[in-house]
Design a protein around this ligand. Structure first.
Ligand SMILES: Cc1cc2nc3c(=O)[nH]c(=O)nc-3n(C[C@H](O)[C@H](O)[C@H](O)COP(=O)(O)OP(=O)(O)OC[C@H]3O[C@@H](n4cnc5c(N)ncnc54)[C@H](O)[C@@H]3O)c2cc1C
Length: 333
C-alpha cells in the first residue's frame, strides 16, 4: 500500500505540536479517493491515550513510536538517524514535516541522508497517482516571491516537504482504527550534550489563535502606533508585514507571512499592505479580509472580501475616535 508519513513534532514537555496534526488532517483530506496509509512518527516518551485519540481523530491509520530517553530532547543527530532508519525500512512514498525550528533543521539533514528531494516552506500540497506512483505536488513562493512554483521530486522517495504551521486546520472527524507500533531505537554515541534549558522570559504572541487581527504595512509606517492603539481598543492582536519588521517598527513575533506566522482569524483587517504573495501566503485563509489601501490596483484587493480605497492614515484616527465614542472613552484631540 502507498504510504504518507508525517513527523509528529514533540513540543516539550511531551506535547504534540499542532503542525503534525494539521499535516495528518490535510493529507487525509487530499488522499480521500486514493488507497493510502497515513502514518505518524513520534519520538520521545510513550503516547498517552488522549494523544493517540487526537492522532486518530486527525486521520492517521498508524503511529510509529520510538521510545527512548535519548529522544526526550530534540537532537539533530539522534532524530535524523532514527527517522532515516524508519524511512528506509518503511519505504514511505512521501514524508512531511512542519516548517518549525525543528522541522527546518531536521528536514534538510534527513533528505540528504536519504538522498532525496525536499521542498522547503510549502504553502499548498496536492497528492495524486501519476503513472502508478503516489506523487507529491508541493507549492511555495519562488524566484523572490514573484511566482508560486509547484515542485515535484519524480525520481526518489520519500518525496519530502516542510510546511508552515497554521496553514491547515486540525480535523477531529476521523475514527479509523489506529495501530500503534514500536520501532526499536539504536543508541549511538552522543555528540551534543544539552547542559541547560533557559526558558524565554517573554512569552511570544500566538497569532495563530487570534480571532481578529489588525495589521499594518509600509503604507502606515509612521502611524504604526495607531495600529497598536486600534488593536488594544478592540482587545485583539496586532500584526504587520515584513516591510515594518525589517524597518524595526514592528516586532518580529508579529510578522504575518511566509517567513512569519500563518494566521486564520475570523477577520484580518489590513492597513497599507500591498499584498505581496509572501504576505498573502500567511493570511489568505482568513475567514474575512478587510483591506484598506490608497492604491485601487493593490494586490491585497484580489483576496479581500471588503476593499476600501482610502488613505489609512486619515481613516485610522477616525476609526479610533468612533470606537472610543461608542465605548464612552475620553478622546484627546
Ligand atoms: C523570501 C521572502 C520572504 C518574504 N516573507 C515575507 C513575509 O513573511 N511577510 C511579509 O509581509 N512579507 C514578506 N516578504 C516581503 C514581501 O515581498 C513584501 O516586500 C512585503 O510584504 C511588503 O510589505 P508592505 O505591503 O507593507 O509594503 P509595500 O509593498 O511597500 O506596500 C505598501 C502599501 O501601502 C499602500 N499605501 C501607501 N500609503 C498608504 C496610505 N496612506 N493609506 C493606505 N495605503 C497606503 C501602498 O499603496 C502599498 O500598496 C518576503 C520577501 C521575500 C523575498
Amino acid at each position: 500500500m502507498k504510504k504518507v508519513a508525517i513527523f509528529l513534532e514533540n513540543k516539550l514537555p511531551n506535547v504534540i505540536a499542532s503542525v503534525g496534526l494539521e499535516l495528518i488532517s490535510e493529507t487525509k483530506r487530499i488522499v480521500s479517493d486514493i488507497d493510502v496509509e497515513v502514518v505518524g512518527i513520534w519520538l520521545g516518551e510513550s503516547l498517552t491515550l488522549e494523544q493517540q485519540t487526537r492522532i486518530q481523530r486527525a486521520g492517521a491509520n498508524r503511529v510509529i513510536l520510538v521510545e527512548h530517553h535519548d529522544l526526550y530532547d530534540y537532537d539533530t543527530d539522534f532524530y535524523a538517524n532514527t527517522l532515516q532508519k524508519i524511512a528506509q525500512s518503511e519505504n514511505f512514498d512521501i514524508l512531511l514535516l512542519g516548517s518549525s525550528l525543528i522541522g527546518r533543521d531536521l528536514g534538510p539533514r534527513l533528505s540528504a541522508k536519504l538522498r532525496t528531494g525536499l521542498t522547503a516552506d510549502a504553502t499548498k500540497l496536492e497528492i495524486e497517482i501519476v503513472e502508478d506512483k503516489l506523487t507529491l505536488f508541493a507549492t511555495r513562493p519562488a524566484l523572490g516571491g514573484n511566482i508560486f512554483a509547484t515542485i515535484i521530486c519524480p525520481r526518489t522517495i520519500p518525496q519530502m516537504a516542510t510546511i508552515h504551521p497554521g496553514v491547515f486546520k486540525v480535523s477531529e472527524d476521523y475514527n479509523a482504527h489506529l495501530i500503534v507500533e514500536k520501532f526499536a531505537y539504536e543508541s549511538r554515541p552522543l555528540r551534543v550534550n544539552i547542559l541547560k534549558r533557559i526558558p524565554k522570559i517573554h512569552q511570544a504572541v500566538d497569532l495563530t489563535k487570534a480571532k481578529l487581527i489588525v495589521s499594518g504595512g509600509r503604507g502606515v509606517a509612521d502611524k504604526y502606533y495607531l495600529i497598536k492603539e486600534l488593536a488594544a481598543l478592540l482587545q485583539v492582536e496586532f500584526a504587520s508585514s515584513r516591510a515594518l519588521v525589517d524597518a524595526q517598527i514592528a516586532p518580529r513575533a508579529h510578522l504575518v507571512g511566509q517567513t512569519g506566522t500563518t494566521v486564520q482569524p475570523l477577520i484580518y483587517l489590513s492597513f497599507g499592505i500591498s499584498g505581496a504573495i509572501q504576505h498573502l501566503a500567511g493570511m489568505d485563509k482568513s475567514d474575512k479580509i478587510i483591506a484598506i489601501n490608497i492604491d485601487p490596483n493593490a494586490s491585497i484587493f484580489e483576496v479581500a472580501d471588503i476593499g476600501i480605497v482610502s488613505d489609512a492614515k486619515e481613516l485610522l484616527p477616525l476609526l479610533i475616535k468612533r470606537i472610543k465614542d461608542i465605548k464612552g472613552l475620553e478622546v484627546k484631540e
